[in-house]
Design a protein around this ligand. Structure first.
Ligand code: NAD
Length: 254
């Protein structure tokens, strides 16, 4: 089924590469106008140029880990698009270490990007989303549902995103729906770095991660995450709010 987003205005944080980039491209294919956020002006401008769809893409640079930049990037998106129908809180930071090796800077980097960023981008976007009766899709992780060793800060940040989703769905109802997607292993820079840490090389690490994915025995392509995000953001999901969608190829079933 083709979902039509013609006339819709979408902001994707961390939309320059990886899962976010896949979501940006899927919304553009579906006819939307999209504000692309990257942490720096340079990374955002590069992605906008690569997408090469002219006025349908707006640059909204800024780090989600900084509250002033959250406000500035949302303002750029709302001004550039003339309002906002959909916010995808996708920007995230990985990098797990044992508890004994985790310092305050590592805690702050992960929590500020993954949890504080979702909260303050949402806060800044709320007036425009309420005006449009829009919706929010938060990208959490299966690691917010299950624990993994040497990843406790990341796990805590994503569990926080999951319950933020439920609380915001109630607080913003009935104007703004809020849902979350929990990806399993998806082929991106973040997972490649994890795979290399896990087993020495990306290839060896991917074998371990794929073996753990009992339902599919493989890693997902970024576009396989975009479909569920577009569904949740569309009118097809008009009665869906506060829900947590696991998109993990069966990884957490057993
Ligand atoms: N790849 C996976 O297997 C996987 C699994 C579960 C969840 N996730 C989540 O999916 C989301 C996307 O991850 P990915 O795998 O594409 O990672 P990635 O590292 O390939 O991309 C992350 C994106 O976030 C952006 N970003 C990072 N810090 C930022 C900041 N401070 N401000 C603005 N943008 C920032 C990056 O520029 C990039 O565009 C993240 O929230 C991640 O936690 C990924």
């Amino acid at each position: 089924m083709h979902i039509d987003f013609s006339g819709k205005r979408v902001l994707v944080t961390g939309g320059t590469r990886g899962i976010g980039r896949g979501i940006v491209e899927a919304f553009l294919d579906a006819g939307a106008r999209v504000a692309v956020n990257g942490a720096s002006a340079a990374s955002t401008a590069k992605a906008v140029a690569e997408l090469a769809v002219g006025a349908r893409v707006v640059a909204a640079p800024g780090s989600v880990a900084n509250v002033a930049e959250c406000r500035a990037l949302v303002a750029a998106a709302v001004e550039g698009l003339g309002g906002l129908d959909v916010l995808v809180n996708n920007a995230g930071a990985g990098g797990g270490k044992p508890v004994e090796a985790t310092d305050e800077a590592a805690w702050d980097r992960i929590i500020d990007t993954n949890l504080k960023g979702v909260f303050f981008v949402t806060q800044a976007a709320l007036p425009a989303l309420r005006a449009a009766k829009g919706n929010i899709v938060n990208i959490a992780s299966v690691n917010g549902l299950i624990g993994v060793p040497k990843g406790s800060v990341y796990c805590a940040s994503k569990a926080g995103v999951i319950n933020l989703t439920r609380a915001h769905a109630l607080e913003f109802a009935p104007d703004v729906r809020v849902n979350a997607v929990c990806p399993g292993g998806v082929d991106t820079d973040m997972l490649r770095a994890l795979a290399a840490r896990l087993a020495g090389t990306v290839e060896a690490g991917y074998k371990v991660i794929a073996a753990d994915c009992a339902g599919q025995h493989r890693i997902a392509h970024v576009r396989e995450l975009a479909g569920p995000v577009l569904y949740l953001a569309s009118d097809i999901a008009s009665f869906v709010t506060g829900s947590i969608h696991v998109v993990d190829g069966g990884e957490t079933v057993d």
